[in-house]
Design a protein around this ligand. Structure first.
Ligand SMILES: Cc1cc2nc3c(=O)[nH]c(=O)nc-3n(C[C@H](O)[C@H](O)[C@H](O)COP(=O)(O)OP(=O)(O)OC[C@H]3O[C@@H](n4cnc5c(N)ncnc54)[C@H](O)[C@@H]3O)c2cc1C
Length: 379
């Protein structure tokens, strides 16, 4: 049986795990990354994810993470066809996802490897052992081979159904954000994202279209599982049947995707030497369903606090991770937005877009929205 002693074991090589592994290895920590799939990025069937920039830019620059576009314009559409263009100071990043070598996760993992990170693909976690409260040993298998990993710190980045959840209480698993969509080429201009509200055709969510500078496009529907009465694909195609102008844009289609994100609270983001990041920490934004921002930011924070703890040989410094995450992702405001949007009917959406259109010349709507959002992120 092979054995590894390491500073940090990262479980899961999605966006969060790849960022955590890159941060730790770049800072000189002995880092092991394990991934259940036999290829990085194979677990996701989306090809473009977009996420607003609340604190991402600094991290993206510092770590030289790969992004596609940074878009400042979004066109909001009402059910009756009215629209309003928001020119925002806060950009929206697009990330290429999936198994191709230039996807976000593939590029990030290959940088981590160049910095000395050891990667095991195609792994199954066989045993997790504790010494006192600490998780001190993880036994994995890769084919017929068993490997014992003895880490000082574990970063759980293995998504919404983390193997470590069995040790903790998962609360408020009340909502799932469900997504269905298609990928293709040049659906719309790459400088503006399109968002379409319709409480009947996209209950508890919205329809969206984005295009990257390289032409890859994505169109999808996001739904609230509590409000769904049929499967997500039916909502997507019913939306297109009712909106033929949008349907005409979606050509050619190269693949389709479907999936969900669970929104939950764990009783802790940190237990002794175990840190939860990204979807494993339940950090998906309840309003728009963004998971990339919390995945990258939480992984960066986990990496930073791990480096600090290892370098100072003081693992109590990890406590700051939980505080950081609580401060940054209280989810209060996005929950409120979601509640408000869930209560709107199509006449309300028409009125809202009409009002925003009219108000645009009188007040700085972008400033107002960013003031509201900054309330959430202030310590
Ligand atoms: C259809 C769909 C569309 C989405 N669109 C957007 C979007 O446009 N914008 C946005 O911001 N977010 C979007 N999201 C959410 C976003 O994809 C996630 O929030 C993000 O991928 C979270 O990253 P993560 O690394 O935490 O988890 P994941 O991406 O789930 O990665 C977890 C990794 O861990 C691996 N793993 C799991 N179990 C184990 C194990 N036992 N051992 C080892 N490895 C394991 C998995 O194979 C995977 O590689 C979407 C989600 C879906 C499903």
């Amino acid at each position: 049986m092979q054995g590894y002693e390491c500073d940090v074991l990262v479980v899961g090589a999605g966006p969060a795990g790849s960022v955590a592994a890159l941060y730790c290895s770049k800072q000189g920590l002995n880092t092991v990354l394990i991934e259940r799939a036999n290829k990085i990025g194979a677990h996701t069937n989306t090809r473009i994810d977009s996420s607003t920039d609340f604190g991402l830019t600094e991290i993206i620059k510092e770590m030289e993470l790969k992004t596609e576009n940074l878009v400042y314009k979004s066109k909001w559409h009402s059910p009756s066809g009215r629209s309003f263009i928001l020119h925002s100071k806060i950009g929206e990043y697009y990330f290429k996802r999936g198994p191709e070598s230039d996807s976000f996760e593939c590029v990030t993992v290959s940088k981590a490897i160049k910095n000395g990170c050891t990667l095991f693909l195609d792994t199954a976690v066989e045993e997790i052992n504790k010494d006192g409260g600490r998780f001190d040993e993880v036994i994995i298998s890769q084919g017929t081979e068993k490997i014992v990993i003895k880490p000082e710190i574990i970063i759980a980045a293995d998504g919404g159904n983390s193997i470590f959840h069995r040790y903790f209480d998962k609360r408020f698993v009340e909502k799932k954000r469900v997504a269905y969509g298609v990928t293709g080429k040049n659906f719309i201009r790459p400088d503006t994202s399109g968002i379409y509200f319709d409480s009947e055709l996209a209950p508890g969510g919205y329809f969206y279209i984005v295009t990257c500078l390289n032409g890859i496009s994505s169109a999808g529907i996001i739904l609230d599982s509590n409000k769904m009465q049929k499967n997500a694909g039916d909502y997507f195609y019913d939306y297109l049947n009712e909106n033929s102008k949008i349907a005409d844009r979606l050509n050619p289609i190269t693949n389709n995707f479907v999936g969900y994100g669970e929104i939950f609270d764990l009783d802790t983001y940190l237990y002794e030497n175990l840190l939860f990041v990204g979807d494993a920490a339940g950090l998906i934004d309840p309003f728009l369903g963004y998971g990339m921002i919390p995945a990258i930011i939480s992984a960066y924070c986990a990496g930073k606090h791990s480096v600090n703890a290892v370098n100072n040989k003081d693992y109590s410094l990890l406590n700051r991770y939980a505080m950081d995450i609580k401060q940054r992702f209280t989810k209060r405001l996005p929950h409120l937005y979601r509640k408000v949007f869930n209560s709107l009917d199509n006449d309300d959406f028409d009125l809202l877009i009409e009002m925003l259109e009219g108000l645009q010349s009188k007040i700085d709507i972008d400033e107002l929205l960013s003031q509201l959002d900054s309330l959430e992120y202030e310590p």
